[in-house]
Design a binder for this molecule. Sequence first.
Ligand code: AGP
Length: 610
Amino acid sequence: YIGKKQAAPILLRGLEKLEYRGYDSAGIAVRENSAPDAKINIVKAKGRLKALLEKTDCGRAVPGLCGIGHTRWATHGEPSELNAHPHCTDDLSVVLVHNGIIENYQEIREKLTKSGYRFYSQTDTEAAVKLIDSYYKQSGEPLTAISQAMLRIRGSYAFAMMFRDFPDSLFVARKDSPLIIGQNGDGCYIASDVPAILDSTRTVYYIGNLEMAQLTAGAVHFYNIDREEIEKEPVQIQWDAESAEKGGYEHFMLKEIHEQPQAVRDTIQSYLNEQGEIDFSAASLDDAFLKQLERIYFVACGSAYHVGVAAQYVLEDLAKIPVRVELASEFRYRDPLVPENTLVVIISQSGETADSLAALRKAKEQGAKTLAIVNVVGSTIAREADYVFYTLAGPEIAVATTKAYSAQLLAVYALAIAFAQDRGQLTDDQAAALVQELESLPGKMERLLEDEERIQWFASKQIAAKDIFFIGRGLDYAISLEGSLKMKEISYIHSEAYAAGELKHGPISLIEPGTLVIAVATIPSLFDKTMANIREVKARGAKVLCLTLESMAQEAGKTADYVLPIPETHPLLQPSLNVIPLQVLAYYAALARGCDVDKPRNLAKSVTVE
Ligand code: AGP
């Protein structure tokens, strides 16, 4: 904020409005006054905002009319006061907060260290603020320095900055991460999401990618990366506070379905090194153990378990490692055989699920090495596992998981590629080709999400359905499990998932005229078999929706009543695309039935009790 009022209370209130996004530490920086040598006070605190409110006496201890604030969701460096934002140069010439990921921060950090900079934190953000400062020291011009840094930085960022020598201004720069700018008679506001400023103003400007802005108490000026000024019209925010937190979507679940491409992008990036190779050194998976690894168990609940089912196909196929998948609630109560050289992988969005935590402890008792694939930094499962891979899906609010599930799939693919390379099952070129395909997934997901209307139309026709069967073979079976869970947990329509080959062993007796069957058939080698299954159920009166590859849609149309074409990717990565329409289908079926989509009856977001 910069304007006529005390900045700290405005910053702290804004951060409180963004608490729903989840965070592990927070901080603010406020300039005492606009004298050239005025002090910039930086106060940071680990944990909840309450700690920062206490440290700053609710903002009263940091007077001043200009400041920046931040709540951090740790990606690089553990949650700590030192790693919390704002970050600054030693001489406080530049102070900055950042949302996003600087992919090439190590290279930038090395370059800056050579030119005399010292680093106090483990964050990628600190490299950014010192890079900007290094350019600023040459030009003395903030916008010049920022534009040069934007040319140098690879990654995503929303920056808000203070320059000591420019007391009457705040500066921003943006690429991919959300950022909006508000204005009213009291001053100008910067926020990463509407809720933070909604009680101050509804007049906002949207800043584009690779654009900068300079804010003073009474005006905002926008510039492109070539420092040419850009005219922008303000927009009036129509949302109420609650809906604003949904970023304009009617439900968190729909917002999170649409956040999947970014969640997948951020997660992939966090597993790639400078050379674009899968690199788990951050998780310090020691090579010695990996070399003698003989089997992997995936243990989880619900959707996370379904990721484990997919992981079995992917890892056995790619890395030739035997894989078992177990429900955590079963694993924890039996006496599982966990021979030595076993890696037990616990997948959990919340990192607090009681059954999964108990399974982790059981595995450790049995002497297994444990790896947690978790979305919440610092959660119990993350802290107790030997190794941790974080999924960078960001906080997931809807009870029905979508973006965290998709990010977990990415973690499994990355693990499979790394293990396959380690065990000589994949050449470096083959691995590079797979990584390239991984990086194409967000774009293909976005293409699928453009198809929402067609799925909404189909879903609205199914609200009378009493039973829905999801069937598939191989990885399509793993996806059928997830599609069925999504449908039943939010629309309350009874649904089952079956391996398509299983129907004839009993379940087909349930098929009667009008039963809806959703067949996932995206594996070319199994396509004909699944078409035969479709014919079997149609002969008993079922209506069939077939999800299949774009290249197979016409063929499928000769058998199924409805066809949903899916963009093609590597067969082992196909689940990431196939799941999207099933999530959207469940969402609109629940909506059509008037269900509480974000908070389905009887369910909790994290099942921390047995
Ligand atoms: C999935 O949509 C459900 N919310 C539920 O099955 C969930 O996946 C399960 O409870 C596991 O939660 P976790 O990933 O936080 O451990």
